[in-house]
Design a protein around this ligand. Structure first.
Ligand code: DP6
Length: 398
């Protein structure tokens, strides 16, 4: 019997991202073409990432996928769009000559895990699809047009194909060829910038981004106004704030854009409310803290859920975390309260304490992940980090 050809596999990681100019609304549901451009910050993979292994073998009978250890339907249309597009690009690139490259007719097995808590409410689909597309591209030797493919998995995923600060041009063409992501500045550009993810205790599952934005496009005139008349100017201004590392203007615009996005959700009919009481308390707290100092030292942004993402500079992290602990005293719920980059405890002055607006609200925030701006997707070389075993099935979780 001829020796079995071993499987060929690649393992990669990809980051999540948080938008400072929000994407909300599609002009084409199938190709995932947005009604406005958006801009985001890529978060560091040391704290939040997706890892994916993709393998092909002559012995595989069908394409299969496992997410966080559980087998999922490989026929999902967004997953199929990504697989089909990568295989198409691979075919185009090879144009007839297969050489040493992996045969396109072989079936693929894919395993993917998120190392961040689902409760963090962070766009896990962004990191997930970015990682899927990047890993398949490595496997099949495809290099270009990757953000265009990732976009077809989830809109925000196209921005996770790059590190640092990334814009997604809405584009104009009906085929989406110009609806792509591009780096505005690399991760090394603003080393003092810090990001705190405040995971609040959510009461219920919010409306998904995909269905929420569809209802907004159908019913909100504010969203139409935002997309046509507000976002173009904000994109240019945000790129300037980043280039000049102007935290004051960056923070203010980030907060205004988050607020306008949530205003369009409320203008949707029936209305969508992603923020909860804790989110609103965080908003007041940020404004009080900034008012106390007479400048923008911290800024919030919220996606389609109640968790806050705070931007600040390194010099402010310790004090602001102490402020959070003062207003939201941690409850022993089995979670470590501070995760990620180290934070030093500080004693707040009586003056700062008396400037804080509210009574303590124990347990309102479950935990904080402190992170920073990070790089784009990466290939992992270490064999022990592969998620599929030599039999092409997920390795047992250790
Ligand atoms: C509020 O990218 O999750 O996070 O394209 O339907 O997959 P689909 O939606 P998704 O929407 C993200 C919306 C947002 C804002 C943003 O990330 O820009």
């Amino acid at each position: 019997m001829a020796a079995e050809k071993p499987l060929v596999s690649v393992t990669c990681t990809a980051p999540t991202n948080i938008a400072v100019i929000k994407y909300w609304g599609k002009r084409d549901e199938k190709l995932i073409l947005p009604i406005n451009s958006s801009l985001s910050v890529t978060l560091h993979q040391n704290q939040l990432k997706t890892t994916t292994t993709a393998a092909i073998s002559r012995d595989f009978k069908e394409d299969r996928i496992w997410l966080n250890g559980k087998e999922e339907d490989v026929g999902h249309h967004r997953l199929q769009s990504c697989l089909r597009e990568i295989r198409r690009l691979a075919r185009k690139r090879r144009s007839g000559s297969d050489g040493d490259l992996v045969p396109l007719s072989y079936k693929v097995h894919i395993a993917s895990v998120n190392d961040f808590p689902t409760a963090a409410g962070l766009a896990s689909s962004a990191a997930g699809y970015a990682c899927l597309v990047y890993t398949l591209a490595q496997l099949y030797g495809v290099e270009s047009e990757l953000s265009e493919v990732a976009r077809q998995g989830s809109g925000s995923a196209c921005r996770s194909m790059f590190g640092g600060f990334v814009q997604w041009h809405m584009g104009e063409r009906p085929d989406g060829k110009d609806s792509i992501a591009q780096q505005v500045a690399p991760e090394s550009h603003w080393p003092e910038l810090r990001v705190l993810v405040l995971v609040v205790s959510a009461e219920r599952k919010p409306v998904s981004s995909t269905s929420g934005m569809q209802t907004s496009v159908e019913t909100s005139s504010l969203l139409k106004f935002r997309a046509e008349s507000v976002v173009p100017g904000r994109m240019a201004e945000m790129a300037r704030c980043i280039k000049e590392r102007d935290f004051e203007a960056f923070g203010q615009l980030t907060m205004k854009d988050s607020n306008q996005f949530h205003a369009t959700c409320l203008d949707t009919f029936p209305p969508i409310c992603y923020l909860n009481d804790t989110s609103r308390q965080i908003i007041s707290l940020v404004h009080c803290f900034n008012a106390y100092y007479g400048k923008t030292k911290v800024a919030y942004t919220f996606d389609a859920g109640p968790n806050a993402v705070i931007f600040t500079l390194e010099e402010t992290v310790d004090e602001f975390v102490a402020v959070i602990k003062q207003v939201f005293p941690p409850e022993m719920n089995g979670d470590k309260f501070l995760k990620g980059l180290p934070v030093e405890p500080v004693e707040l002055s009586e003056e700062v304490k008396s400037a804080l607006p509210m009574e303590p609200f124990p347990g309102g925030i479950r935990y904080i992940i402190t992170t920073q701006v990070g790089p784009g997707p990466q290939v992992l070389e270490e064999p022990q980090r592969q998620l599929l075993g030599p039999d092409g099935l997920p390795k047992p979780v250790s």
